[in-house]
Design a protein around this ligand. Structure first.
Ligand SMILES: [Zn+2]
Length: 430
């Protein structure tokens, strides 16, 4: 894990937020390579959801009417039990203390206060008066923005149940303790799709989405050995859920949830009917009946998926003369699509290389590098996870062919310069 965190900073995947001020605990910034990787993950997710006829997208506001969070149960129930150490003043989640009862910070025994409930929602105020009537919350989940828009989307897009609504967006939780790099942060991004079905069809759709979602990670290069389902037992189920499976990834610190698939029943729409006074019953023309749809939720963490893709891509290999670090990202999510190098900086090679790079940049993210030995340039691109490196050498000037080197096999093929774009298109899958 330390190696990955260090590479993430050195190569510009992830920086600590406000680093020059000592950082802000639990907040991170995505650097030049990180934002490309994150955007590619989100783009792949968005396409997998919305390139179907039965799913629509939305982008709801982060601030919502405060009654939404009363209806959802977050005002009352979205709490963690918190204790303070009276000796060193460190604060912990009561359910995460070691069994010995000793303070993990100072080692004090029986130094804790009574546990008290701490609501994890961030609060702020709308307008200039900071009182309870002006209180709003930074959303702790994106799902509610979908539920309250159920009828807006259904009628505007002329959808019929079963159909889904997809959304990518930031959510905020004032975690007592953050940990494990991007795994538990106070600000994070979710990729959520809520699928509305007729009651009675929910079990079948649950199975369908459970399969689809784990396959999505595998299709983007994650080894199935690093993925597993974890079913919530009867004691672990949220009060609204009929069934819940996590997709877990094997991080260096152990298995951790990267996505949840939940059968939320008609709980959320019921609650919004109760609290808003607006009818949430859907009229099913074909069956000629009215019902509140059940919801199958697929809720993936974009930030957690990002971290899982980093971990899954990371490899160190012993070559003949040196060790190389290589990020084996699936070509569709790699931050840089290709690099272009002139072998040496003379004989017209830089001019030719520049022309090729400029042409490819119309369509791809291309990194141009003419600094240092070509072997070192390859190593730098291996660390960035760039699938292909294109080198312009003396033969290029004779027959207009270049070498294209594959990141994983390190093998090189010669390709006519007119065929480079087609080669990338075929091999990147974008
Ligand atoms: Zn202590």
């Amino acid at each position: 894990m330390e190696k990955i965190v260090s590479l993430a900073k050195r190569r510009g995947f992830v920086f600590q937020s406000s680093e020059i001020y000592g950082g802000l605990n639990g907040c991170y910034d995505y650097g030049p390579l990180g934002v490309e990787l994150l955007n590619n993950i989100k783009e792949q997710w968005w396409r997998s959801m919305t390139l179907r006829e039965d799913i629509e997208g939305i982008d709801a506001s982060i601030l919502m009417h405060p009654r939404v969070w009363e209806a959802s149960g977050h005002v009352e129930h979205f709490t963690d039990p918190m204790v303070d150490c009276k000796q060193c003043r460190a604060r912990f989640r009561n359910d995460e203390l070691p069994e010995s009862g000793a303070c993990p910070n100072c080692g004090g025994k029986d130094t804790f206060t009574e546990a008290r409930k701490f609501n994890l929602m961030f609060r702020t105020f709308v307008g200039p008066v900071e009182d309870s009537s002006a209180t709003v919350y930074l959303r702790p989940e994106t799902a509610q923005g979908i539920y309250v828009n159920f009828f807006n989307v259904q009628s505007a897009a002329r959808q019929k149940v079963p159909f889904g609504i997809a959304q990518i967006g930031k959510a905020f939780r004032n975690e007592i303790n953050t940990k494990n790099f991007l795994f538990r942060t106070r600000e994070f991004e979710q990729m959520e799709m809520q699928f509305f079905v007729k009651p009675g069809d929910d079990d079948e759709w649950f199975e369908y989405w459970k399969e689809q979602r784990i396959q999505w990670f595998i299709d983007l290069g994650m080894s199935p050995d690093l993925l597993r389902y974890n079913e919530h037992g009867p004691g672990e189920l949220a009060h609204y859920a009929k069934k819940a499976f996590d997709i877990q990834f094997l991080f260096p610190f152990g298995w951790g949830e990267i996505e949840g698939i939940h059968n939320r029943t008609d709980y959320d729409l019921q609650q919004h009917e109760k609290f808003s006074g607006k009818a949430m019953k859907y009229y099913d023309q074909e069956a000629n009946e009215k019902y509140i749809p059940y919801v199958i939720e697929t809720s993936a963490g974009a930030s957690r998926s990002f971290m899982a893709f980093l971990v899954s891509a990371f490899a160190e290999e012993q070559l003949e003369k040196e060790k190389r670090t290589v990020m084996r990202f699936h070509p569709r999510i790699a931050p840089i699509n290709a690099a272009v190098f002139p072998l040496v900086n003379r004989d017209g090679m830089p001019e030719k290389a520049r022309a090729i790079a400029t042409d490819l940049q119309k369509r791809y993210r291309v990194f141009y590098d003419d600094k240092g030995a070509v072997g070192r340039r390859y190593r730098r691109q291996d660390e960035a996870g760039t699938p292909f490196c294109i080198t312009i050498d003396s033969q290029t000037l004779e027959d207009q062919s270049v070498t294209i080197r594959d990141r994983d096999s390190m093998e090189q093929v010669r390709v006519a310069d007119a065929q480079i774009a087609a080669y990338l298109s075929d091999n990147l899958g974008i």
